[in-house]
Design a protein around this ligand. Structure first.
Ligand code: SAM
Length: 275
């Protein structure tokens, strides 16, 4: 039987895989901090997969993480990675900038959103940042564009938010799921903050948050991700779609696509092989 590893799985895991994340809420997920390496022997897995995890590490930790993925893969094994696609975000930014300069109102709304994709995930000092505020407006002025960019997940998160609001849950104790925009560390930070709230200086709170794992610390495109994988020793780099993979029965695990809907359409999906 082929052995498959899903790192930083969040809520996207399948029982046929070994699934790891900071915190486990399921018997199918093992709790582990990936900054301490990957807790398996060399040459253990046929497939190593991570989606929207690499960008949460700084460049140096990101490289160590990819080296760890290489180490635990068997020769001939496949790595599959999904990250926010810097190239597509920047292309959208330029398109929306030019249209905004021509005075098109709808493009200005789209411009506001793409700026959030580009910067808010990196510069925010509080959980959810400006992106959550945008998503939780009563009326999103360019909802179709936002959903087209970031997929069903944003719609689900928004529905969940309004349902919890109807039930009288306040924004501060709203526990969102899925965990893309507000990561698992949201809970860890809330816990830390609840313990320290009286004594924490503003700087300490920001520091706690920024070290908590939610923010993006780097971004990748098909050039830089290929270069990183090649430096670590991978070969046969290829860009894929969410529905396309060299991993057997990929679609049956529903890690990126369910009922034909792509969870994170703004992603760059790539695969490569270990020699
Ligand atoms: C944006 S979420 C992506 C979740 C899932 N892979 C997906 O695509 O929906 C990032 C995930 O990586 C996990 N993560 C981030 N840093 C981690 C670390 N150092 N160790 C373990 N998990 C980590 C977070 O807890 C979170 O579940």
């Amino acid at each position: 039987m082929i052995k498959m590893l899903n790192l930083g799985c969040g809520k996207r895991y399948h029982k046929d895989w070994v699934n790891l994340d900071f915190v486990s809420n399921s018997a199918d997920v093992r709790a582990h901090n990936l900054l301490q390496g990957i807790p398996f022997e060399n040459n253990t897995f046929d497939v190593v997969y991570h989606s929207h995890v690499l960008e949460h590490f700084n460049q140096s930790d990101g490289k160590k993480f990819i080296e760890e993925c290489y180490r635990v893969l068997k020769p001939g094994g496949i790595i599959r990675i999904a990250v926010p696609d810097l190239e597509q975000i920047v292309r959208q930014y330029l398109i929306k900038l030019e249209a905004s300069l021509e005075g098109k109102q709808q493009s200005q709304n789209d411009y506001n959103w793409i700026m959030l994709e580009l910067f808010d995930q990196t510069v925010r000092n509080t959980s959810g940042g400006e992106m959550a505020k945008y998503l939780f407006q009563d009326q999103i002025p360019n909802e179709n564009y936002v959903i087209e960019r970031v997929g069903q997940e944003a719609k689900d998160l928004r529905d969940q938010y309004f349902k919890s609001k109807q039930k009288g849950t306040t924004v501060t104790n709203f526990k969102p799921s899925p965990l893309r925009f507000l990561s698992l560390n949201y809970y860890l930070n809330k816990f830390k903050q609840s313990k320290n709230i009286e004594n924490d200086s503003a700087a300490l709170k920001i520091g706690n948050f920024r070290l908590g794992g939610e923010i993006h610390q780097w971004m990748y495109d098909r050039f830089s991700l290929n270069r990183l994988l090649t430096e670590v020793g991978f070969h046969n780099f290829g860009v894929k779609s969410a529905k396309e993979s060299n991993i057997s029965n990929w679609l049956s695990y529903e890690l990126e696509v369910k009922n034909g809907q792509v969870f994170k359409p703004d992603s760059l999906f790539v695969e490569a092989k270990k020699n």
